[in-house]
Design a protein around this ligand. Structure first.
Ligand code: ADP
Ligand code: MG
Length: 324
């Protein structure tokens, strides 16, 4: 048995922190490959997201929240496609074996994994700067995945939950905004523990015409839908749902956070007006509020309008790792 003075080796730490019994996966951690067994006839939906310290998270984040977030951002991609989570792999690089970190990280990771029936099937562990790369695998019936390319002129545009709190928390960490303690904590939870909208993505299959999850900022992510669908849109910027904490901030900051904030992990999606009732039924079924925020238009222009219908200048960027 290793004592605290003899750090765990690679295989000991994999066994202790990253090996759990599996049910849905045919073969999990411990062999050269994992074996996945999607239900007969299902397509596999696959997505990877990497989290780099200083880039995607601050060194101050609690390990448990980091474990949650690393998987949450990946599950959010499955949600955006309307896929049901099945399994994931974890490639982890860390400077040293820190059992306090590993214990918290794995606890947060597995709590979210279990909540979504998503099993850790394998991975890789190496020494290096703290860097977490997860690949998720989900199932979706052929032809039913929600794509970015299906929006049509006349469709309504919706967003789930609220947007902007994660950016507000980042501004508070940067010291550009002062928040009262409980307000800071609420915004910080939004930033550090986003809840992937998996149930909503599943409920929107066959209803939404397109979908994307908001990781880089609502405007930028909506633009991906517009480009892939060859359409434009009118977005009612003051209709974007926000928490009371954000709504107490100056309007310019509210707009910056809701439109360009990023790290929201809400779903932006479109649906034909005839599906409006079905959208609300899906939202109730998933216990996730959705708000109509605009409309898809012919053309390729994204127009922002305020509550009075006046055009709002679009100076809002979207996050780009090589431009920011
Ligand atoms: P190989 O060298 O054959 O790629 P490794 O020795 O790296 O395999 O890993 C041994 C086993 O542990 C494999 O089944 C691998 O998938 C699993 N594994 C390694 N790191 C992790 C991790 N961080 N989380 C889950 N499983 C892991
Ligand atoms: Mg290896």
């Amino acid at each position: 048995m290793p004592t605290p003075s003899t750090p765990l080796g690679e295989f000991d730490l994999i066994g202790k922190y990253f090996t759990r019994p599996v049910q849905r996966v045919a073969l999990g951690v411990g062999d050269d490959c994992a074996l996945l067994q999607p239900a007969p006839g299902m397509q596999l939906a696959v997505s990877s997201d990497m989290l780099v310290e200083g880039r995607h998270f601050l060194s101050t984040v609690a390990p448990e929240r980091l474990g949650h977030k690393a998987l949450a951002v990946n599950l959010s991609d499955l949600a955006a496609c309307g896929a049901r989570p099945l399994a994931f792999t974890l490639a982890l690089s860390m400077p040293r074996v820190d059992e306090r970190f590993l214990e918290g990280f794995s606890r947060g990771l597995f709590a979210l994994a279990e909540a979504h029936g998503c099993e850790l099937a394998g991975g890789d562990t190496t020494q290096g700067p703290l860097n977490i790369c997860i690949t998720v695998f989900g199932e979706v019936p052929p032809g039913q995945a929600l794509l970015r390319s299906g929006a049509r002129a006349g469709d309504d545009v919706y967003v789930s939950g609220t947007v902007g709190d994660a950016r507000l928390a980042l501004e508070a960490f940067r010291g550009t905004v002062a928040l009262a303690g409980d307000h800071f904590e609420q915004a910080r939870v939004a930033m550090e523990q986003p809840q992937p909208r998996v149930a909503l993505g599943l409920a929107l299959r066959g209803i939404a015409s397109s979908a994307i999850d908001v990781s880089d900022g609502l405007l930028g992510d909506l633009r991906h839908i517009l480009q892939r669908s060859n359409v434009g849109a009118t977005l009612e910027v003051d209709r974007l749902p926000r928490t009371a904490v954000l709504a107490a901030q100056p309007l310019a900051l509210q707009r910056e956070c809701t439109l360009a904030g990023g790290d929201d992990y809400e779903l932006v999606f479109t649906a034909a007006p005839a599906q409006a009732e079905a959208v609300q039924a899906a939202a109730r079924q998933a216990a996730t509020p959705v708000t109509r925020i605009g409309r898809i238009e012919a053309g390729s222009v994204l127009v922002l309008v305020d509550a009075q219908g006046q055009t709002v200048a679009d100076h809002f960027g979207s996050f780009d790792h090589f431009k920011s």
